[in-house]
Design a protein around this ligand. Structure first.
Ligand SMILES: [Zn+2]
Length: 352
């Protein structure tokens, strides 16, 4: 494995950031090339922990000549967000300088089919140069994994609808509980920008063998040795199945029993009708019926009528819930994958 430390120059004198890029060389040029990053939302750590265990496994495969495809790994994909703290609290989702979500506004091909990336020397904000560089590193890889997590969540993956069910091997290898399938984006998340470029490079429309995804490795606090090892082994199994790592027998795990794979328009975003202290009555992974009590929000503690109930808009599967317990009116409380479509269509990301 070769490691390079790239420099992203900050916007003011004396400031710069380091982007650590690992490269592993495969032995077979016809095997798929792979790009994996974690920590793009810099406050999401399960993917970083998984790569901590995956990288030595891949290094060993490389040393033993079992690595067929080449890989690029960027475990700290967002050094800018990693450095943002305000009064002791880390803020890794939005760039504090521009209020832009670090996983939005990636450059995509325009109407002319061309994508315009910012060079390392371009006189634009550092986060824009970082985004361009991440896309450049992922370029030409048919397998691109962006490791994230949700607030409190089961493990699930996002996938372009046209790559499903081919991509279900990833969900099976990871032992994921659910998949959200999207057909058109609007927010230019990393996954969407990579996919648009993949499509632009495949004018015949043949994307077989491709895989691009945002993997939600459960919730923000699901960072421990057991889960990180399990995720690393799941990713490794997936890479074996795709022929990136040679395997004696091709593993073919099945999707987990009860797996929920639905178009993203099935997601009900349940919002808070009032602000206050949040008591959940359901957890990620639960099945709920229409009208079931999901949560209550305490607005006036101990007093009659001092709490507001939140009930399920329809039957479905609880995918995620908010990590904070003090919430504002209008905050998202839960994502529920409803049995029937929750909205007619949904373009773009579920959250800001
Ligand atoms: Zn994220």
């Amino acid at each position: 494995m070769k490691t390079e430390i790239e420099t992203i120059v900050g916007e003011t004198p004396g400031i710069s950031y380091e982007l650590i890029v690992h490269r592993l060389e495969g032995t077979d040029v016809s095997a798929p090339r792979v790009y994996i990053q974690s920590g793009l939302h810099a406050d999401e750590r399960p993917g970083v922990a998984a790569l901590h265990f995956l990288i030595p496994m891949l290094e060993q495969a490389e040393a033993e000549g079992r690595l067929r495809g080449s890989l690029i790994l960027v475990p700290h994909a967002n050094p800018i967000g990693a450095a943002q703290h305000l009064y002791g609290e880390h803020m890794g989702r939005f760039a504090t300088g521009t209020r832009t979500n670090f996983n939005r506004d990636f450059p995509v091909p325009g109407d002319d089919g061309m994508r315009h990336l910012d060079k390392a020397s371009a006189p634009v904000f550092a986060e824009r140069r970082l985004k361009s560089r991440l896309l450049e590193l992922a370029d030409g890889c048919p397998i691109v994994l962006d490791l994230h997590c949700d607030d409190e969540s089961v493990q699930y993956v996002y996938a372009p609808e046209v790559l499903w069910p081919e991509m279900s091997d990833l969900a099976a290898c990871l032992d994921a509980e659910a998949a959200l399938l999207w057909d058109s984006g609007a927010d230019r998340a990393f996954e969407e920008a990579v996919f648009e470029q993949m499509q632009a490079r495949a004018p015949d429309g043949d994307l077989s063998g491709h895989c691009v995804t945002t993997v939600e490795l459960r919730g923000q606090n699901d960072v421990d040795v057991t889960l990180a090892r399990k995720d690393a082994e799941g990713l490794y199994r997936f890479l074996q199945g795709r022929g990136v790592v040679a395997a004696d027998t091709t593993p073919a795990p099945a999707l987990k029993a009860g797996f929920v794979g639905k178009p993203i328009r099935h997601v009900d975003m349940v919002t808070a009708p009032a602000g206050g202290t949040l008591l959940f009555h359901v957890a990620p992974g639960d099945r709920v019926e229409a009208g079931q009590l999901l949560a209550e929000i305490i607005t006036n503690p101990g007093c009659k009528g001092g709490s507001v109930e939140v009930r399920a808009p329809q039957a479905g599967y609880v995918l995620t819930r908010r990590i904070r317990r003090f919430i504002r009116m209008g905050d998202n409380l839960l994502k529920i994958i409803s049995d029937t479509a929750a909205v007619a269509s949904r373009k773009g990301a579920l959250e800001d």
